[in-house]
Design a protein around this ligand. Structure first.
Ligand code: RP5
Length: 270
């Protein structure tokens, strides 16, 4: 499927993208008139720890584990622009070059915990519920995922992000935090892989893009996740158990991930 959020003209806090029609998305299609908007957000250019130093691009080992930073794409080996020497988005043109809001040139790795349980309706039908957060940056409902820190195991990221965004461990005192983390450890013991690869994220550019590992943690009996008191924290403005239905419209590729979980669990979509 062609990426579309990654071509949306409006860019959060940034300039408008150069318009890329469907037939011009692949870099393999010659398009001499292509004049992508150049943008790297000030917060990225300020070089926080999570961002690359643009002066050291020549030293980056793309398509490899580069020190502790994973530059390997789940989509296979990506190309490097012969002129700029910058990596090229494996899903094609986005209408923007630079890093936009993303820190890394090439893949920016994330992890998405999809936490689900059953709810029985009055008519006896079972529907699936999923924990979603409302993102502060775009206002979209989303899976409470986050970036994998350099050298971090994905399994650790999944738990950390769920804790921070859906249980607000960030603001919990030390003993409450420890108790919440122990619960998450227990609940996240058994996960089923849902997806690994490119995310059609609205922050993507021609040179920087999101990839994720999405895992489902499902409470079949309903005994376990019910004990959680959800509390929004960090990048989340709200958090809730949401019924998985046909009309869910989530951030980036998250609708596809949740629909896949519904299919895996044999849940109805209405
Ligand atoms: C999405 O961005 C991923 O699927 C993940 O949910 C999220 C990670 O970015 P932040 O939430 O840390 O901004 O592409």
């Amino acid at each position: 499927m062609l990426h579309s959020a990654a071509r949306k003209p409006e860019y959060n806090g940034g300039p408008t993208r150069f318009a890329v029609p469907d037939d011009k998305v692949p870099f393999s299609v010659a398009w001499p008139e292509y004049a992508p908007t150049e943008y790297t957000a000030a917060v990225v250019a300020a070089q926080p720890v999570w961002a690359d130093d643009p002066g050291k691009v020549a030293e980056i080992n793309f398509n490899e584990l580069d020190g502790k930073v994973n530059r390997v794409s789940f989509e296979g080996k990506y190309g490097i622009d012969t002129g700029t020497k910058l990596p090229l988005n494996p899903k094609g043109r986005t209408g923007m070059v630079g890093r936009g809001l993303l820190g890394r040139f090439g893949p920016n790795h994330a992890a998405d915990p999809i936490v689900t349980r059953w709810k029985t309706l009055e008519n006896g039908q079972r529907v699936l519920e999923v924990v979603l957060i409302k993102r502060k940056d775009t206002g979209d409902w989303a899976i409470p995922g986050g970036m994998v820190d350099p050298g971090e195991e994905v399994s650790v990221t999944l738990k950390r992000e769920f804790g921070e965004e859906a249980l607000n461990t960030v603001e919990a005192d030390a003993s409450a935090k420890e108790a919440l983390e122990a619960q998450v450890d227990e609940l996240f013991k058994n996960g089923a892989e849902v997806f690994k690869g490119y995310v059609d994220d609205p922050r993507n550019t021609d040179n920087a893009w999101m990839e994720t590992v999405a895992m489902n943690f499902h409470d079949e009996s309903g005994d376990v996740f019910g004990r959680f008191a959800l509390a929004a924290g960090d990048d989340a403005g709200a958090v809730a158990w949401v019924t998985v239905s046909d009309d869910l419209k989530l951030y980036a590729s998250h609708t596809d991930f949740v629909r896949k979980v519904a299919a895996m669990r044999g849940a109805p979509l209405k």
